[in-house]
Design a protein around this ligand. Structure first.
Ligand SMILES: *C/C=C(C)/C=C/C=C(C)/C=C/C1=C(C)CCCC1(C)C
Length: 252
């Protein structure tokens, strides 16, 4: 007879919102991927790569959520390594989305590589801040500040810098609206993450700091951020692609 070990069973306790968001996050990312992959057939050829990338972002996240959910259920700890592997794949792909939208307006590959470079500065510094923490505020603040430099570059590009300029010169209203929407995601949606980061012991809002957040609140906040940003980014791209496809059909 097989013995069923309790540890093998994934359970969500009713008082554990972190486990709940890991589970629903997984499901939402999975469903979003199916949506983007299927809807890809509806849009004009030049938008298909953008929708493919949207689907890849949520699919890569879904796979990581599958493992992070189990890791958290089994240990009750932050799945820091899995989290950062996920981000290191998906955030550069979000930079690729910016590039694909702005390529018709003349965006060069160097534009994409700059965004990717600064996204990696942001993530590598964040990883060092979390994974190698000695629980001190000096460590978390130092690496948090370095990470923020990378973040601010992308934020600046989206609102005033190269991305914003390219959108302006594109003369295409839906691309302009789309880049503005993505810029809002970077400003508001991405700002959710530093709040999660501050929940770690030694963080400004965590134990030893203001004491407002517990270590496991980090995952709760990151999970909300991921659902908002990964699915939201994809939906913005999807709606531009659909609008432009309808426009070109009407004029054909
Ligand atoms: C799909 C995943 C996304 C969009 C992840 C975005 C992550 C960030 C914007 C993280 C930013 C951080 C800072 C700006 C400072 C503190 C450390 C980080 C890495 C949490």
């Amino acid at each position: 007879m097989e013995t069923l070990f309790l540890a093998d069973v994934i359970d969500i306790k009713s008082d554990d919102p972190v486990a709940f968001t890991f589970f629903t996050g997984y499901m939402a990312m999975f469903a979003a991927s199916v949506f983007f992959f299927f809807e890809r057939q509806q849009v004009d050829g030049k938008w298909k790569t953008s929708l493919l990338v949207s689907g890849l972002i949520t699919m890569i996240a879904a796979v990581h959520y599958y493992y992070m959910r189990d890791y958290y259920a089994a240990t009750g700890m932050n799945p820091t390594v899995l989290r950062y592997i996920d981000w290191t794949l998906t955030v550069p792909l979000m930079c690729v989305e910016f590039y694909l939208l702005l390529r018709p307006a003349g965006a060069k590959q160097s534009f994409m590589w700059k965004l990717i470079f600064f996204s990696l500065v942001m993530l590598v510094a964040g990883y060092i801040g979390e994974a190698f923490t000695d629980g001190s505020m000096t460590h978390s603040v130092t690496w948090g500040v370095i990470s923020t430099v990378g973040y601010v570059y992308i934020l600046y590009s989206a609102w005033f810098g190269e991305a914003a300029q390219l959108a302006k010169s594109s003369g295409n209203e839906s691309v302009q609206k789309g880049i503005k929407a993505l810029a809002w995601f970077v400003l508001v949606g991405w700002a959710i993450y530093p709040i999660g980061y501050m929940a770690m012991p030694g963080g400004w809002l965590g134990a030893d700091g203001a004491g407002l957040l517990r270590p496991q609140d980090m995952d709760l906040i990151y999970n909300i951020g991921d659902a908002v940003n990964k699915i939201g980014f994809g939906l913005v791209v999807y709606s531009i692609a659909m609008k432009e496809t309808k426009k070109s059909k009407a004029s054909a």
